[in-house]
Design a protein around this ligand. Structure first.
Ligand code: ADP
Ligand code: MG
Length: 470
């Protein structure tokens, strides 16, 4: 393999750390490496839609990753592959019986008007349901019982229980699982339901694609004749752009026709920075419910459930060990379970505590010796004597915005998280806001010795707190 290809592979691995898996799979797996010369990185993608999307949303990720790998600024050039598959129509109405992994779960009993020639950037897997994301596999605890009950009610009686249902919570806490569980239940109960489950990113892709192909009418028909619309990760909706406008009208049309709408987001309606007031108020018409971090007992139950789904029973001390050490994110808990099972089969050994500790050495060590965004937030709230909820809010008063900017700066300096991820911890702000905060504090600290001292003190404390272990 050429050296430059190896460099590109490393850039990709870096990028993978900076964006969510789903985003990575959707947007990065279709990039072809062309060349890297004179600090110019040439890439190609299947079509212009892809290119524009990458440029607008992920250029900074590629640039930052390239800089990390090569140590210098790299110019990114994205061209089109010779063979542009956007000409083909890879979206089709699928009947429930045919809806399975790998196929879009668009279910409609009126395929005729959908004949239109939508073209999509790629069949990006986002439209399919995970077979295990059903209610039976969802462990209910104090952290999620309200969201679970509401989701169940909607699945049992769409448009009658809560409309819209808005579920929010930070990453890995079960939003996608619940919204897909609703889809599974509807698919199993109704012979030909008109439901659509998709990520917000996909809604946007399809809208932009429809605009590009002058096919707005059938786009509208498709969305406005659904019985149930399930939209995952609404926080991706762009500020003031036409997709938000379109979503607003789609929402109104469905709502007025008493059709069910379910939405998930990484923050509460009012905390999503890019969403307009009129949509926020609509989201609040129905039921807004939050998923929080699971307690120790719930984590134990989730670990047992996940192990059981993989055909294993973990010894009690192994379950407790995982539950003690991985607290914030259920996706990471699942990753730990997979690691342990994989390690056991690799070593051809029984699963016991010793083996589990070995298998999770990296994961748990990393947890203990690195500073997390939550650590920086806790330190900043304590120092500035403000509330965590204010730090994460949209409030603009200087008493709040200054500590918030300091915190973003510390998170950027001390944790391995990307600008985008850091934004996620501050009420879903976008990466440019975080970048602006970092630049501002960096500049200020040069002239403001008090601020410089504060930052030094907080940095010291944070380093000390993790090296002592938690
Ligand atoms: P989110 O969409 O909130 O980021 P996901 O729904 O993708 O999170 O959940 C991440 C992983 O954690 C999935 O594998 C999901 O099955 C699992 N998970 C989350 N909450 C629960 C729960 N209460 N019971 C069982 N598994 C859960
Ligand atoms: Mg999700």
């Amino acid at each position: 393999m050429a050296d430059t290809q190896l460099v590109w592979n490393s850039i990709l691995s870096e990028a993978q750390k900076r964006v969510r898996k789903q985003q990575f799979d959707t947007w990065f797996s279709n990039i072809d490496f062309v060349d890297l010369q004179d600090k110019k990185l040439h890439l190609s993608v299947p079509n212009s839609f892809f290119r524009d999307w990458l440029k607008n949303h992920y250029a900074h990720v590629i640039e930052e990753s390239a800089k990390t790998v090569t140590g210098s600024d790299v110019e990114i050039h994205i061209g089109l592959s010779a063979n542009d598959p956007s000409q083909k129509n890879d979206f089709a109405a699928v009947e429930p019986a045919k809806a399975q992994a790998g196929q879009p779960v668009y279910v409609a009993d009126t395929p005729a008007p959908l004949r239109s020639d939508f073209s999509f950037p790629s069949p990006d897997g986002d439209l399919c349901l995970h077979s295990q994301y059903v209610f039976d596999n969802f462990v209910v605890g104090p952290c999620n019982n309200l969201a679970h009950a509401a989701a169940l009610a909607v699945a049992e009686a769409p448009s009658q229980a809560y409309n819209p249902l808005f579920m929010h919570g930070s990453v890995g806490l079960g939003k996608t699982h619940l919204v897909q569980a609703i889809a599974h239940t509807l698919l199993s109960k109704h012979p030909r339901p008109k439901i659509l489950y998709m990520s917000c990113e996909n809604f946007m892709n399809q809208f932009i694609s429809a605009v590009r192909h002058g096919d707005i009418e059938s786009f509208r028909y498709r969305y406005r004749h659904l019985d149930v619309l399930l939209i995952d990760d609404i926080h991706f909706l762009g500020k003031g752009d036409r997709t938000q406008e379109e979503f607003f009208h789609t929402f109104n049309a469905l709502y007025n026709a008493q059709k069910q709408i379910v939405i998930t987001s990484d923050s509460s309606p009012k905390e999503i920075p890019a969403i307009e007031e009129r949509l926020i108020s609509r989201f609040k018409w129905g039921m807004v419910t939050k998923l929080s971090q699971p307690s120790y007992e719930t984590r134990v139950a989730i670990i047992q459930k996940k192990a059981q789904l993989k055909g294993r029973t973990f010894p009690e001390d192994v379950v407790n060990y995982i539950a003690e050490h991985i607290a914030s994110n259920i996706r990471e808990i699942e990753g730990a379970i997979i690691k342990i099972i994989g390690y056991a089969s690799l070593m051809n050994k029984q699963i016991d505590l010793l083996l589990a500790k070995d298998a999770l050495l990296d994961t748990i060590d990393r947890e203990r010796t690195t500073i997390s965004i939550e650590d920086t937030q806790n330190a900043v709230v304590k120092y500035f004597k403000i509330k965590l909820s204010d730090l994460q809010s949209k409030r603009r008063s200087r008493a709040i915005s200054h500590p918030r900017q300091v915190c973003m700066y510390l998170a950027r300096k001390l944790t391995g998280y990307s600008l985008e991820e850091i934004g996620g911890y501050f009420g879903g702000r976008d990466h440019t806001t975080v970048m602006h905060a970092c630049e501002k504090i960096e500049n200020l600290r040069v002239s403001d010795s008090l601020l410089a001292a504060t930052i030094e003190k907080l940095t010291d404390e944070l380093h000390k707190s993790v090296s002592k272990g938690r």
